[in-house]
Design a binder for this molecule. Structure first.
Ligand code: SF4
Ligand code: SF4
Length: 352
């Protein structure tokens, strides 16, 4: 595997107008300890990235649209040759925002939708009106012909709406739908008891496999459910089918289940470079070190790229190269990021 940075999420602010139950950064409207960086600092960070690589750069948060200079940052990134994307909760999207998205050549906008009804989505997002806001944003993206993808997170609270959300996202003309398997970090730690149990996850992932197989318009892939890559191989073999995977657009996924610190990373609002958005351990700080040095030399990244180091069932699994287990979930639940994926039911051949 060639470990190049292909996709970087950038926490451009930790401020947010919502308080979602699963938020990885525990965002709120006032985040005193982690202030926004200046436009000048943002440009320096982009320069450090582009002097080494040309990844997709996702302007994320918190809620990035709370930053008044977010489109100045987007424009600078586009001018430096980066493919810029925007991840928003959708509630602040207006006609003016859409015009700026077009003008700054943002390639893809991602939205979150965690319920097929206002009751479920607003409950998950802790805000009345959030569903209406997201639907309004989708209407505006359709009006301005802005490509968008939808991310959905599930716990036992909203999992019964998975097929309905899929249908809704498809009907609304999204480019892609990524079903996200929650990692209990940040505010997500508080919903540990709401996590979907392992056997139910298997059922959901099998449902996803059957649905994806018959889907030829909407791109779909569970995000951060790395063992889905195992399930796809097993199912395709059982059914004697060849399953042609379509190219995902502007997603973290594609070649392997978990890509943390291998093809992707997160830069947080303080400049810390983390393996992914849900992995609260820094490999280095981009304000004080070069991005190249962090990416190539950080011991944390080297460990994550050496699959021989993985422990438990992941360590002896024949699927480790295509899956790898979620390192962040292993870390959140055991304190050891090299431990086995806690949500995989598979017993590798070597352990039988
Ligand atoms: S460690 Fe890997 S699978 Fe887990 S959240 Fe991060 S990128 Fe996703
Ligand atoms: S044991 Fe680990 S590497 Fe193997 S399929 Fe499960 S999560 Fe993936």
């Amino acid at each position: 595997m060639n470990f190049e940075p292909k996709w970087i999420a950038w926490e451009t602010t930790r401020r947010c107008n919502l308080k979602c139950v699963h938020c990885r950064s525990s965002s709120e409207l006032d985040v005193v300890a982690h202030p926004d960086f200046s436009l000048q600092e943002a440009k320096q960070i982009i320069d450090k990235i582009t002097s080494y690589a040309k990844p997709v750069l996702v302007l994320s948060g918190g809620e990035p649209l709370l930053r008044e200079d977010i489109f100045d940052i987007a424009q600078y990134g586009t001018d430096q040759g980066l493919r810029m994307c925007l991840a928003t909760n959708g509630t602040l999207v207006t006609d003016e925002v859409c015009l700026k998205i077009k003008k700054t050549n943002i390639r893809m906008v991602s939205l979150s939708l965690d319920g097929a009804t206002a009751a479920t989505h607003d409950d998950f997002r802790n805000q009345k009106g959030a569903f209406t806001g997201t639907m309004h944003a989708i209407e505006l993206f359709q009006k301005y012909d802005i490509p968008f993808l939808v991310n959905s997170s599930f716990t036992v609270r909203n999992r019964h709406e998975i097929p309905d959300i899929y249908r809704l996202v498809k009907e609304k003309g999204a480019t892609a739908w990524y079903m996200f398997m929650i990692v209990p970090t940040g505010r997500g730690e508080e919903i540990m008891e709401e996590l979907i149990p392992v056997d139910v996850y298997d059922e959901i992932l099998e449902w996803h496999y059957q649905t994806e197989k018959n889907e030829d318009a909407l791109l779909m892939r569970p995000t951060c459910a790395p063992h889905y890559y195992r399930i796809v191989r097993q199912k395709a073999q059982e059914e004697g089918e060849t399953f042609t995977r379509r190219n995902l657009q502007f997603s973290t996924g594609g070649s392997k289940g978990c890509l943390a610190g291998q093809l992707i990373c997160l830069i947080d609002v303080d400049g810390e470079v983390l393996p992914c958005s849900y992995f609260p351990k820094s490999a280095g700080n981009i304000k004080t070190e070069s991005f190249q040095h962090i990416w190539e030399d950080a011991p944390l990244f080297k460990e994550l790229r050496d699959f021989k180091n993985y422990k438990g069932s992941c360590g002896c699994c024949e699927y480790v190269n295509v899956c790898g287990g979620c390192r962040a979930r292993a870390y959140a639940m055991t304190g050891d990021y090299l431990a086995e994926e806690p949500f995989c039911s598979y017993t590798p051949k070597k352990m039988r």
